[in-house]
Design a protein around this ligand. Structure first.
Ligand SMILES: [Zn+2]
Length: 197
């Protein structure tokens, strides 16, 4: 996370956008582009709002009154938008999160919030997958956690090798999801990732 005192001013950020426009061959002073730096900086505030949030706080409030429920809890198809840290290009995808509770459960929307917070940072898909799993493991302390992410990387679809329709799948399994093949298989069956879905 960037140190606040090293954070550039808004004017500096807008000037940087004008520099990139000029670098691309544009005239940043032409009418259609006059407000673009302001809009881009505002969009950045939205796309990268995850630096201001602590995903672990979302997991801190738990419920214990679950009538002995001790089976898998899975939230699948959590849509996210992120940006790759190598090209600052969008990564659009879905995350699937499951855990095996150990007496405590968390509000289901909180799992989506955790995904969203990590997504709204510059990311590497592998790192984001591990961060989501580890934060749930550390705070909620379930018997196991599984996270699977499917992402389409625009740095690959719109430039470079230009391969459309390709998605990258990453997974991080902790605890029983890693050690017990049946738990892992049940989770994967629930989320049903892959072609022909
Ligand atoms: Zn990239």
């Amino acid at each position: 996370m960037a140190d606040d005192k090293n954070k550039p001013s808004r004017d500096q950020a807008e000037a940087a956008v004008r520099t990139l426009l000029a670098w691309a061959g544009e005239d940043p002073a032409r009418e259609g582009l006059l407000d673009t730096p302001k809009r881009v900086v505002e969009a950045y505030g939205d796309w990268f709002s995850g630096y201001d949030d602590d995903p672990r706080e979302y997991l801190a409030r738990t419920f214990e009154e679950v009538a002995g429920y001790d089976e898998l809890i899975v939230l699948r198809d959590i849509e996210f938008e992120s940006h790759c840290e190598h090209h600052m290009a969008p990564i659009i995808g879905k995350a699937h999160v499951g855990y095996l509770p150990n007496g405590k459960v968390v509000g289901i929307s909180k799992l989506a919030r955790v995904v969203e917070t990590y997504a709204r940072r510059f990311q590497v898909q592998e790192k984001m997958t591990a961060q989501i799993a580890q934060s749930i493991q550390d705070v909620l302390q379930p018997l196991g956690v599984g996270v699977v992410i499917e992402g389409a990387h625009e740095c690959m679809t719109t430039r470079g090798v230009h391969k459309r329709g390709v998605s990258m799948i990453t997974s991080k399994m902790l605890g029983t999801f890693r050690e017990d093949a049946r738990t892992r298989a049940e989770f994967l069956r629930f989320i049903d990732v892959g072609p022909g879905r």
